[in-house]
Design a protein around this ligand. Structure first.
Ligand SMILES: [Fe+2]
Length: 275
């Protein structure tokens, strides 16, 4: 799978078409796993399934089942964690993102019925069209919203929820399966970057209780769980030191991009006054 996929250069996907946010953004590493590398694994695995199906391989169906099982884990995290977290901070998730998930969910039963068979090619193409459109839209709209809405530590904290054993989004056996699948369906370069991000994920994303509370308060799927269960080993002792702005108001100690831009504006105004 790994070797044959990497040889088919014309259908092998790397990087992102998104121009809204890229590696120069300070939060890039905290979003690239969930919005670029795993997306490319879904794209590349589906390309492989299409080729298996074209060769009438009996493996096409079982690979498609695996693809769908993993995509469902991914979309469930988006639907239950990332999107409510964004909405709770005032970002309105566009309808086309929800429609993209619905289109995939309604297309897949038809495709499962047709693979294997004479109509498998057309059905898989329909699925590919739905997937490619949705992933591009998500990279453009949601990846940008994530880096503009959350601090780097908040992004890693949200990422930690995916593998939190108390939440059951990705139980350990499934995590092993997904990890092997993930590395097998992306380029060597993206695999290396993913490995480095796994290491970062182990230590980043630790927040004090008040910041965790603020982060998860608007996520209905996490209500009913204690903060200790939700945060796990990402819970820092104590509370955030209170930061104050020039007017003496308490401000968020982990500014997002907009806050950081506001701070720069204040600094610029100060420089102008000093000149
Ligand atoms: Fe999605």
């Amino acid at each position: 799978m790994v070797a044959c996929c990497r040889r088919r250069k014309s259908t092998f996907h790397t990087g992102t078409k998104s121009t809204s946010v890229g590696p120069d953004h300070p939060s890039w590493h905290a979003v690239e796993d969930n919005y670029v590398y795993i997306h490319n694994a879904f794209r590349n695995h589906l390309e492989h399934i299409i080729q298996l199906s074209a060769r009438n391989s009996p493996k096409a169906k079982s690979e498609l089942e695996k693809w769908w099982e993993i995509l469902q884990v991914h979309t469930k995290v988006e639907d239950e964690i990332f999107m409510p977290a964004l909405e709770s901070r005032g970002f309105s998730v566009p309808d086309f993102i929800h429609e993209g998930h619905e289109r995939l969910a309604t297309t897949i039963p038809r495709v499962m019925e047709k693979v294997p068979g004479p109509e498998a090619g057309a059905a898989l193409q329909e699925l590919k069209d739905a997937l490619m459109q949705h992933l591009d839209e998500e990279e453009d709209a949601i990846m940008l919203a994530m880096v503009n809405t959350f601090s780097v530590d908040e992004l890693w904290a949200l990422d930690s929820l995916i593998v939190n054993p108390k939440l059951d989004y990705c139980p350990k056996d499934l995590l092993v399966k997904i990890t092997i699948w993930w590395f097998g369906n992306i380029s060597w370069g993206e695999g290396w970057a993913l490995l480095k991000n796994f290491r970062t994920a182990g230590s980043a994303g630790k927040l004090p209780s008040d910041q965790w509370q603020k982060l998860v308060a608007g996520i209905p799927a996490l209500q009913g769980l204690s903060l200790e269960e939700v945060a796990g080993d990402k819970l820092l002792e104590g509370k955030s030191p209170v930061s104050v702005n020039r007017e003496g108001d308490a401000v968020d100690p982990t500014p997002n991009t907009k806050d950081a831009a506001d701070v720069k504006d204040v600094e610029r105004q100060e420089d102008d006054i000093n000149v």
